[in-house]
Design a protein around this ligand. Sequence first.
Ligand SMILES: C[S@@+](CC[C@H](N)C(=O)[O-])C[C@H]1O[C@@H](n2cnc3c(N)ncnc32)[C@H](O)[C@@H]1O
Ligand SMILES: Nc1nc2[nH]cc(C(=O)O)c2c(=O)[nH]1
Ligand code: SF4
Ligand SMILES: [Mg+2]
Length: 209
Amino acid sequence: MTQEVQNLVNQGKMLPLMEEFYTIQGEGFHKGTAAYFVRIGGCDVGCHWCDVKESWIAQLHPPTETEKIVANAKQYSKTIVVTGGEPLTWDMTELTKQLKAEGMSIHIETSGAYELTGEWDWICLSPKKMKLPTQGVYDKANELKCIIYNKDDFRFAEEQAEKVNGDCILYLQPEWSKRDKVVPMIVDYVMANPKWKVSLQTHKYLNIP
Ligand SMILES: C[S@@+](CC[C@H](N)C(=O)[O-])C[C@H]1O[C@@H](n2cnc3c(N)ncnc32)[C@H](O)[C@@H]1O
Ligand SMILES: Nc1nc2[nH]cc(C(=O)O)c2c(=O)[nH]1
Ligand code: SF4
Ligand SMILES: [Mg+2]
């Protein structure tokens, strides 16, 4: 990568773009809603069950001008979901400013591991034990989506629920490979603790991206 491109990436004017696709938001509060997904490469959180490990190494994904991402996205949908990788690895100011200027509703899927940048209409925080969220993300999250892989994840979810703002909607989502085992545990937990709701990865049942 040339120094010039590196500088633009550092400023968030170019971003390592892994893939973009028009689909239905499968998870959380906006599940069932058509949206254009922009997946930005780069993540060093290291979840062993991550379903997009191909996203982790930023260098494998071409630095792409934010203008180009926006020009493409606006042809598909008024609702854009920025995900990754971990999008907050990068400065999201430019991308969200330009999407907003086009009147789009912009959502982020984040672990919150890095400082919140950008202006968002919806923030989905999915915290991870290995790299806890920064305070700014807890303060602004619209939904908290905790992944349940084993029993200890319920304890972690309660700990995380203490840290988010009072309006944040609380979800428990089964880790996909453990779904047969953990779905019954989640069902019982939500009935006993109704401040939580169930979130499923419905796109995987629909066989869509
Ligand atoms: C791939 S991550 C990318 C965004 C960001 N790095 C994050 O973790 O929130 C998108 C969402 O998928 C969830 N996820 C990843 N792998 C999963 C799996 N195997 N089962 C269930 N949810 C998963 C994450 O927790 C997150 O909510
Ligand atoms: N349909 C669909 N919904 C999603 N919600 C969050 C996703 C993600 O990987 O961030 C995702 C995804 O990959 N596909
Ligand atoms: S933080 Fe997100 S992208 Fe990174 S490893 Fe975990 S689930 Fe995957
Ligand atoms: Mg996904």
